[in-house]
Design a protein around this ligand. Sequence first.
Ligand code: ADP
Length: 407
Amino acid sequence: MLVLVVNAGSSSLKCQLIQTDGKQSLMKALAERVGTPDASMKVAFAPDMEWRPVPVPEGADVPGCLSILLDRMESDPASPIRSVEQIQAIGNRVVAGGEYFTESVLIDEDGLQKIDECSTLAPLHNPAAVACIRLLQERLPDTPQTAVFDTAFHTTMPPKAYMYPLPMRYYTDLHIRRYGAHGTSHRYAAAQAARLLDRDIRDLGLITCHLGNGGSITAVNGGVSIDTTMGLTPLEGLMMGTRSGSIDPAIVTYVMRHDGIGFDEMESILNKESGILGVSGISGDMREVMAAADDGNELAQLAIDMYVFKVQKAIGSFYAIMRRTDAVVMTAGIGENSAELREKVFDGLAHMGMILDKEKNKVVGEIGVNRIVSVDDSPIAICIVTTDEEMRIARETDAICEAQAKG
Ligand code: ADP
């Protein structure tokens, strides 16, 4: 099935055209800094997949960029399709599904309204997704669209994990609770780890670590999420590229009073100026910060030490709440690619029975190939699962459409 995957953010748009039968990507597009004077967009078509610039007119918003991309897919001689009518289904990544959505769905009007209602939970992402879905409904009215939610996998968490110790009215009136994120990634990492271990996922206790620009860790018991580090929003939990992760909430009011700043500025500091960037003062990108630490930069080293410490604490706390832990699974940019960081994390966790094989860990894995990097007799296995969010969304969309066709 030919599936267009749309991943819309507040100021970015990532799209891929995927042939699910051959698991092949035929087109990739990326728009960044949309809505600013520095807006840019690029597209790449198979087989060479070389980036080509796409002009973005002044004032274009995220759905506007999507519309330009659809035109380009029809007009560029390098495009593998002549008409967007050839697209058989569209898979939309949706950040917040609230308590409404426990799984991916085929989008109808009622579903779209609910996604819109969840905008209060993801004010930067859900409105952009809704606008893109509406644009695609107008342009391709007969093409089915699905919504694949970041939160759906975590709807199995029990109340003791998802409730915050606040006055109950904040839950009943404002729906403030832990929703988590990166759900499709944690679900996939857990399923792939079960395959690697050749075990039934229902019998396994897994701790899945999605360590990319954003980062979250999930306790997956018998295939279901029982707790995760991200909360009402993706700001809670681990230290991330530019997000603070969990801090003493009193710091927020202290800084706002002291610096006389408002909500928006404070939110921006916590989301965009903190984390690895905030501490190192160099970058939120782990590779750059590691390079600076290698050159002797002490703040870069401190940022890495803090990052590792927080990952270790989260793994340890989930170990404590699981009945059993069979494997820790590492995925996303840092988790998959950085042997150095994995070594630092597991150096501190051997006493819990997570024993890394340092040689296996150093071998650079083939793209798309999952592997086990713990020693053979490690009580708890350490797995690496390579992730491709767009491919997962495409395959899920394919499965939903097929189930629908079968009735
Ligand atoms: P996103 O959350 O945007 O999808 P990714 O999963 O691509 O992000 O992760 C990006 C992060 O992974 C960046 O901090 C990047 O520096 C880091 N990363 C990628 N490769 C390596 C590597 N070999 N060593 C260390 N960090 C890496």
